[in-house]
Ligand binder design. Structure first.
Ligand SMILES: Cc1cc2nc3c(=O)[nH]c(=O)nc-3n(C[C@H](O)[C@H](O)[C@H](O)COP(=O)(O)O)c2cc1C
Length: 174
Protein backbone atom coordinates (compact mmCIF):
# COMPACT_ATOMS: atom_id res chain seq x y z
CA UNK A 1 0.00 0.00 0.00
CA UNK A 2 1.17 3.51 -0.85
CA UNK A 3 0.16 6.55 1.21
CA UNK A 4 0.12 9.93 -0.52
CA UNK A 5 0.73 12.68 2.05
CA UNK A 6 -0.45 16.23 1.39
CA UNK A 7 2.06 17.96 3.64
CA UNK A 8 0.18 20.99 4.92
CA UNK A 9 -2.88 21.76 7.02
CA UNK A 10 -3.65 24.95 5.04
CA UNK A 11 -7.24 24.83 3.80
CA UNK A 12 -7.50 25.02 0.01
CA UNK A 13 -3.76 24.40 -0.43
CA UNK A 14 -2.21 23.96 -3.85
CA UNK A 15 -0.19 21.11 -2.38
CA UNK A 16 -3.39 19.08 -1.97
CA UNK A 17 -4.27 19.67 -5.63
CA UNK A 18 -0.88 18.32 -6.71
CA UNK A 19 -1.05 15.41 -4.25
CA UNK A 20 -4.43 14.42 -5.72
CA UNK A 21 -2.79 14.06 -9.15
CA UNK A 22 -0.34 11.53 -7.65
CA UNK A 23 -3.22 9.65 -6.01
CA UNK A 24 -5.30 9.56 -9.20
CA UNK A 25 -2.40 8.34 -11.33
CA UNK A 26 -1.40 5.63 -8.85
CA UNK A 27 -5.01 4.42 -8.69
CA UNK A 28 -5.22 4.37 -12.50
CA UNK A 29 -2.27 1.96 -12.43
CA UNK A 30 -4.15 -0.35 -10.07
CA UNK A 31 -2.11 0.49 -6.96
CA UNK A 32 -3.65 0.37 -3.50
CA UNK A 33 -3.49 3.98 -2.30
CA UNK A 34 -4.50 5.97 0.78
CA UNK A 35 -4.57 9.74 1.04
CA UNK A 36 -3.22 11.45 4.16
CA UNK A 37 -4.44 15.04 4.38
CA UNK A 38 -2.83 16.95 7.24
CA UNK A 39 -5.99 19.10 7.44
CA UNK A 40 -7.51 15.98 8.98
CA UNK A 41 -4.76 15.26 11.52
CA UNK A 42 -6.51 15.01 14.92
CA UNK A 43 -6.26 18.26 16.86
CA UNK A 44 -5.87 16.53 20.19
CA UNK A 45 -2.46 15.17 19.22
CA UNK A 46 -0.56 17.98 20.95
CA UNK A 47 -0.87 16.35 24.31
CA UNK A 48 2.06 16.27 26.70
CA UNK A 49 2.44 12.56 26.12
CA UNK A 50 2.26 12.63 22.33
CA UNK A 51 5.80 11.21 22.12
CA UNK A 52 5.06 7.88 23.73
CA UNK A 53 1.39 7.53 24.44
CA UNK A 54 -0.55 9.10 21.57
CA UNK A 55 -4.19 10.12 21.80
CA UNK A 56 -6.69 7.56 20.60
CA UNK A 57 -7.55 9.65 17.55
CA UNK A 58 -3.94 10.14 16.53
CA UNK A 59 -3.19 6.43 17.05
CA UNK A 60 -6.08 5.63 14.68
CA UNK A 61 -4.81 8.15 12.11
CA UNK A 62 -1.29 6.67 12.30
CA UNK A 63 -2.47 3.06 12.24
CA UNK A 64 -4.69 3.58 9.20
CA UNK A 65 -2.53 5.84 7.08
CA UNK A 66 1.13 5.56 8.08
CA UNK A 67 1.96 2.19 9.64
CA UNK A 68 0.49 -0.04 6.86
CA UNK A 69 2.18 1.89 4.02
CA UNK A 70 5.20 0.29 2.35
CA UNK A 71 5.89 3.47 0.37
CA UNK A 72 5.06 7.16 0.72
CA UNK A 73 4.49 9.92 -1.79
CA UNK A 74 5.24 13.13 0.14
CA UNK A 75 4.11 16.41 -1.43
CA UNK A 76 5.51 19.34 0.52
CA UNK A 77 4.84 23.04 0.06
CA UNK A 78 7.66 25.52 0.54
CA UNK A 79 7.05 27.50 3.73
CA UNK A 80 9.85 29.87 4.70
CA UNK A 81 12.39 28.01 2.62
CA UNK A 82 11.54 24.50 3.81
CA UNK A 83 8.75 22.03 4.51
CA UNK A 84 5.96 22.94 6.98
CA UNK A 85 6.30 22.39 10.71
CA UNK A 86 3.03 20.50 10.79
CA UNK A 87 4.60 17.79 8.61
CA UNK A 88 7.56 17.46 11.03
CA UNK A 89 5.00 17.24 13.82
CA UNK A 90 3.39 14.25 12.10
CA UNK A 91 6.74 12.49 11.87
CA UNK A 92 7.72 13.29 15.47
CA UNK A 93 4.37 12.03 16.78
CA UNK A 94 4.56 8.69 14.94
CA UNK A 95 6.02 5.44 16.21
CA UNK A 96 9.15 5.78 14.07
CA UNK A 97 10.08 2.11 13.81
CA UNK A 98 6.62 0.88 12.81
CA UNK A 99 5.91 3.91 10.66
CA UNK A 100 9.12 4.47 8.72
CA UNK A 101 11.99 1.99 9.12
CA UNK A 102 12.84 0.19 5.86
CA UNK A 103 10.29 2.09 3.75
CA UNK A 104 10.62 4.19 0.58
CA UNK A 105 9.58 7.72 -0.35
CA UNK A 106 9.00 9.87 -3.39
CA UNK A 107 9.29 13.62 -2.77
CA UNK A 108 7.73 16.57 -4.59
CA UNK A 109 7.84 20.25 -3.70
CA UNK A 110 5.25 22.96 -4.39
CA UNK A 111 6.14 26.65 -4.24
CA UNK A 112 4.83 30.00 -5.28
CA UNK A 113 8.43 31.08 -5.87
CA UNK A 114 11.20 29.74 -8.06
CA UNK A 115 12.84 27.11 -5.87
CA UNK A 116 10.06 24.50 -5.87
CA UNK A 117 11.00 23.72 -2.26
CA UNK A 118 14.23 22.01 -3.35
CA UNK A 119 15.94 23.07 -0.10
CA UNK A 120 13.09 21.59 1.90
CA UNK A 121 13.21 18.35 -0.11
CA UNK A 122 16.96 18.07 0.48
CA UNK A 123 16.54 18.74 4.21
CA UNK A 124 13.80 16.16 4.33
CA UNK A 125 15.94 13.61 2.47
CA UNK A 126 18.55 13.84 5.24
CA UNK A 127 15.90 13.44 7.89
CA UNK A 128 14.22 10.51 6.13
CA UNK A 129 17.55 8.74 5.66
CA UNK A 130 18.11 9.15 9.41
CA UNK A 131 14.84 7.32 10.08
CA UNK A 132 15.83 4.59 7.60
CA UNK A 133 13.66 5.67 4.68
CA UNK A 134 15.17 5.38 1.18
CA UNK A 135 14.33 8.37 -1.01
CA UNK A 136 13.92 8.22 -4.79
CA UNK A 137 16.71 10.35 -6.25
CA UNK A 138 14.32 11.96 -8.74
CA UNK A 139 12.72 14.72 -6.65
CA UNK A 140 10.25 17.01 -8.40
CA UNK A 141 10.35 20.73 -7.55
CA UNK A 142 7.18 22.41 -8.82
CA UNK A 143 7.89 26.15 -8.98
CA UNK A 144 5.56 29.07 -9.69
CA UNK A 145 2.53 26.93 -8.88
CA UNK A 146 0.06 29.80 -9.27
CA UNK A 147 1.03 30.10 -12.95
CA UNK A 148 0.32 26.39 -13.45
CA UNK A 149 -3.32 26.54 -12.28
CA UNK A 150 -6.15 26.83 -14.79
CA UNK A 151 -8.93 29.46 -14.83
CA UNK A 152 -10.81 27.52 -12.13
CA UNK A 153 -7.73 27.41 -9.91
CA UNK A 154 -7.36 23.68 -10.56
CA UNK A 155 -4.08 21.92 -11.27
CA UNK A 156 -4.26 20.37 -14.75
CA UNK A 157 -0.90 21.49 -16.14
CA UNK A 158 -0.08 18.86 -18.77
CA UNK A 159 3.70 19.22 -18.91
CA UNK A 160 4.01 19.02 -15.12
CA UNK A 161 1.59 16.08 -14.94
CA UNK A 162 3.77 14.27 -17.50
CA UNK A 163 6.76 14.77 -15.17
CA UNK A 164 4.70 13.49 -12.22
CA UNK A 165 3.74 10.35 -14.14
CA UNK A 166 7.35 9.66 -15.16
CA UNK A 167 8.45 10.11 -11.55
CA UNK A 168 5.74 7.72 -10.30
CA UNK A 169 6.68 5.12 -12.94
CA UNK A 170 10.25 5.24 -11.64
CA UNK A 171 9.06 5.04 -8.05
CA UNK A 172 7.05 1.89 -8.66
CA UNK A 173 10.24 0.15 -9.82
CA UNK A 174 12.29 1.57 -6.91
C1 LIG B 1 3.60 30.13 5.96
C2 LIG B 1 3.93 30.22 4.49
C3 LIG B 1 5.25 30.42 4.11
C4 LIG B 1 5.58 30.49 2.75
N1 LIG B 1 6.90 30.61 2.39
C5 LIG B 1 7.23 30.53 1.06
C6 LIG B 1 8.61 30.49 0.66
O1 LIG B 1 9.53 30.52 1.48
N2 LIG B 1 8.88 30.41 -0.66
C7 LIG B 1 7.90 30.32 -1.61
O2 LIG B 1 8.21 30.21 -2.80
N3 LIG B 1 6.60 30.35 -1.26
C8 LIG B 1 6.24 30.42 0.05
N4 LIG B 1 4.92 30.39 0.43
C9 LIG B 1 3.90 30.27 -0.61
C10 LIG B 1 3.58 28.79 -0.93
O3 LIG B 1 4.69 28.19 -1.56
C11 LIG B 1 2.35 28.74 -1.82
O4 LIG B 1 1.23 29.06 -1.02
C12 LIG B 1 2.16 27.44 -2.59
O5 LIG B 1 0.85 27.46 -3.15
C13 LIG B 1 2.32 26.18 -1.77
O6 LIG B 1 1.63 26.27 -0.54
P1 LIG B 1 0.11 25.71 -0.33
O7 LIG B 1 0.17 24.27 -0.61
O8 LIG B 1 -0.21 26.05 1.08
O9 LIG B 1 -0.77 26.42 -1.32
C14 LIG B 1 4.57 30.37 1.77
C15 LIG B 1 3.23 30.17 2.18
C16 LIG B 1 2.91 30.09 3.52
C17 LIG B 1 1.47 29.82 3.92
Amino acid sequence: MITVISGTNRDGSNTRKVAKVYETYLKSLGEEVKFCDLCEMPLDMLKNDMYGNPSELFAKFQNELIVPAKKFVMVLPEYNGSFPGVFKLLIDACDIGASFYGKKALLAGVAAGRAGNLRGLDNLTNMLNYIKVDVLQNKLPISGIKGLLDENDEFNHEDTIALIKAQVDQFLKF
